[in-house]
Design a protein around this ligand. Sequence first.
Ligand code: FEO
Ligand code: CA
Ligand code: CA
Length: 690
Amino acid sequence: MDDTQICKIETDNGDEPMSNHSENAHFSSILERRLSRREVLAGGFGLAVAGVLGLPELVKGMGIEKHPFTPEPAISSRPSAALNPKLNFSAIPITRSDTATIPHGYKAQALIPWGTPITGDYPEFNPDGNTGEEQEQQIGSNHDGMHYFPFRDNPNDHGLLCVNHEYIDGNVFHPGGATLANDQWPDDEVRKEVAAHGISVVEIKKGSAGGQWNVVRGAYNRRITADTPAEIRGPVRGSDLVRTKYSPTGTATRGTFNNCANGYTPWGTYLTCEENWAGYFVNHTGLPREHSRYGVSQSTGRYRWETAQGRADEYIRFDASVKGNSAIEDYRNEPNTHGWIVEIDPFDPNSRPVKRTAMGRFAHEGCLLAPPKNGKPIVFYAGDDSQNEYIYKFVTKARYNKNKHVNGDILDEGTLYVARFNDDGTGEWLPLDINDRFFRVTAINKGIFFVDQADVLVNTRLAADVVGATKMDRPEWGAVHPQTREVYMTLTNNSNRTTTDAPNPRSPNPYGHIIRWREQGNQSWATKFEWDIFVLGGPEGEGQVLPGQNGPALTQDNTFASPDGLWFDQNGILWIQTDMSGSQQGSGPFGANSMLAANPITGEIKRFMSGPNDQEVTGITSTPDGKNLFINFQHPGDRSQPNQFTSNWPDSGAVFRHPGDAEVVANPTGARPRSATVVITREDSGIIGV
Ligand code: FEO
Ligand code: CA
Ligand code: CA
């Protein structure tokens, strides 16, 4: 989600909502102190990398941990142990064109645009408006995080794609924009909006002729929406804090929404992450801490679903005001059933989504698996994407056993940690555990009381405030290097400016940066780490790889801002996706939102592609052979007015171009823009990027 969208709907301040009023140290002040110290230490790029993180030495002798659903490179291209990938393509220039711009030697296909029929009666997309019932059988809108699950036979040509659908933009989504009547929303508009949220599971297969991917109309295909029944598992299951009229026992809820980035598990399930869920609710009767610390509104819900004309129970629940005599007579606790990591088994179409509450409740951007190690706990990392929020890690209690089948229940017991970054380059993971003495005593000393671990988890942000976590500049996606296990995470920006000024945008961090850390002993479950800045975004003269360590400055080939999506392929390329606002894309120094490829060993970064007007590049996954790269263009035409479109992608027919080809200009009365997946392949069928 970009700043503009948030600006229009939630906060009007051009940034993600900020609801952290704790006195914890802010990361920018720590970084400032640290960088000035680093400038003294700097002795050249290679030396700096080795000296600060010990990278070349520690890489030696480490094998790649494999698990069934991690893409692997083909044997012929498998790099040396150091995974020092050559970025074997010409950087594309800074571009504005209403299409994908990709390097020479590559081609692209638009797949499963919003409205593609995948199940039921397979209703075709109607640009003049489908019904809510039809939307329930179609691909949702605003594609975001996703993962490709290969079938055992033909894994590189046939798999299940799980795709998040983050939100809807009424100006593009409804034929004439959203219609409000007597302060209420037409039921079917609400039904359609609810249905366009959530997740699509869709079977896809590559055809032999021309190598185009197609939807298979099979039994795996399903839509999970903002209204699909889901189970609550883990420590919060049955808590008083999640009892509702719908589920008096506090064991179930309906729907998952604002699903942003994603994760996956070693046992082949999909993890979807609930990000800006708080804005969908309203509470007119006073905010308890489990609402206020997350920014639940006291005036109106984001889409006002609670005002649907028919007053159906599934929509009324978005009003979390106290109305009844107890929690099981109203929906005061409904917001507490959202903000979780949700597990979905794509291979069992009858399975229910499960909210894994042990992993914490916040504005989950993603859920990032560290390569599992046999006999050790399984570790996931997650960012909380709001201004001044924190970075978390979840470590399972049970150990990973590659020879024994496990399922998601292993996620119901473990320790949730939050990160503290010290200004000397070290860091600590602080447990948010009511049985931890430091946590308990600190909370009591600060006058904050938790009834039980369920209370801690429902109030994860408050618990993190208690232990003194470090406020970060909007943590977005993370990525774990497949060999070194170093973790990289985007901090997209953190500006308190009220308007975007592209030529003068850093106030204090309008371009964002990427931080990285290495766990003590290279063990993902360790409680201490060392950290470093990999790159500062920015235009020429401001952006730099390894700032303070004589790393290369960014150039016309790789300037960027607002890094968001992040992913390592198995060749060790770090893929960086950007999410600048529409206005910044339209007039700033960076051109359209783009995807860049980085070599974390050398610091080389090249712009690989950019997208059509007003979109953000987000979501990334690959077939196991690395020859089909899937990414999403979310919200092309984001600045459209009803039937006045700023993009016509992809139905304009101009799906992609190469540098030097004619620019594609949007026609305001042309095709309605649609979010879609983009499949990138090489014309010589080689591996992407190398
Ligand atoms: Fe949905 Fe933080 O991006
Ligand atoms: Ca973002
Ligand atoms: Ca994002």
